[in-house]
Ligand binder design. Structure first.
Ligand SMILES: [Zn+2]
Length: 247
C-alpha cells in the first residue's frame, strides 16, 4: 500500500497569498482535493490530507501528521506570489535520493499537463520538506498575482490539469495501476433515456453519419433514434460508434 500525504498550503485564518480575487488557501485545497479524487482511481494507494476544509493548521501539525502516519511521500501544494510567472517546485537543501528522483518525475509531469512557464526544480530550507521523515516536495503552482497565471487558476479545468500532472507523476513514481473499471449498471437494461428532442436528433444524425461512412450498413438505428426508441443498452452501442471512429 502506497501512502500519499497531501498538504493543501495555508487555510483558516492564514489565507496565504491573495490577488485577482483569488485566495491561495482555496486554490491549494481545490488542487489537493482533485489529486485525492484522481488517486482514488488507482489500486493500493491511501491518501491522507493535512486538511480537507478551510481550517487553520500549523506547519508542525502538518509534518507531525505525515510522520506519525508514516507516509511514503508528502506533497505540499502552494500558489506563488511576488512577481513572476509559472511553475516551480522545492525539495530540501540536502534531499534524499528519492526526493531528487521524485522531483524530476513530478516536475516534468506538471509542466507537461499544464504548459506553465517552467521556473525550474529548486531546493530550499522550507519546514514542510525539512521536518518530514519521508521524501517530500512543495509545489508552487503559478503566480496568483500574474495576469496569465491568475486567469488560468480561476478555471476549474486548469485546476484539473494541475491535479492530473501531480497524479501522473505519482503514478510513475510508485508504479500505480488503475483499478479495473466496474461493470456498467445493468439495471437500466431495456429502459429508454429521458432525452430532449435535440438529443434524439443528434443521435439520429450520428447514426446517419456512421452509415454514410460505411461503419453501419442499414438505417435501422436512425429510425430508432427518430422514433425515440433507443434503450440504454443500445446507447452503449452509440457510444462505441462515437468514441471509436472519427465521425
Ligand atoms: Zn503558500
Amino acid at each position: 500500500m502506497v501512502k500519499i500525504f497531501i498538504d493543501p498550503g495555508h487555510g483558516g485564518t492564514d489565507t496565504g497569498a491573495k490577488a485577482n480575487g483569488l485566495l491561495e488557501k482555496s486554490l491549494t485545497l481545490a488542487i489537493s482535493l482533485r489529486i485525492r479524487d484522481f488517486l482514488m482511481d488507482y489500486e493500493n494507494v491511501q491518501v491522507k490530507m493535512s486538511r480537507e476544509t478551510d481550517k487553520t493548521v500549523t506547519l508542525k501539525q502538518r509534518t507531525d501528521m505525515a510522520n506519525s502516519w508514516k507516509a511514503d511521500y508528502l506533497l505540499s501544494i502552494h500558489i506563488n506570489a511576488g512577481g513572476g510567472e509559472g511553475y516551480e517546485d522545492y525539495i530540501y537543501t540536502s534531499p534524499s535520493k528519492a526526493s531528487v528522483a521524485n522531483q524530476n518525475i513530478l516536475h516534468a509531469e506538471v509542466i507537461k499537463q499544464t504548459g506553465m512557464v517552467d521556473r525550474g526544480k529548486k531546493r530550499r530550507n522550507f519546514h514542510m520538506v525539512r521536518e518530514s521523515n519521508m521524501p517530500a516536495i512543495l509545489t508552487e503552482n503559478g503566480f496568483i498575482d500574474h495576469r496569465n497565471d491568475a486567469a488560468n487558476l480561476s478555471r476549474s479545468s486548469f485546476i484539473e490539469k494541475i491535479g492530473l500532472g501531480h497524479v501522473n507523476g505519482l503514478v510513475q513514481i510508485f508504479g500505480l495501476k488503475k483499478k479495473v473499471p466496474s461493470t456498467p449498471e445493468r439495471k437500466l437494461t431495456g429502459m429508454k433515456p429521458n432525452w430532449a428532442d435535440w438529443q434524439w436528433q443528434e443521435a439520429e444524425e450520428t447514426f446517419k453519419k456512421a452509415r454514410d461512412k460505411g461503419i453501419l450498413n442499414s438505417d435501422v438505428w436512425e429510425k430508432k433514434a427518430a422514433d425515440k426508441n433507443l434503450t440504454f443498452d443500445e446507447l452503449e452501442f452509440l457510444n462505441l460508434v462515437l468514441s471509436g471512429r472519427a465521425l
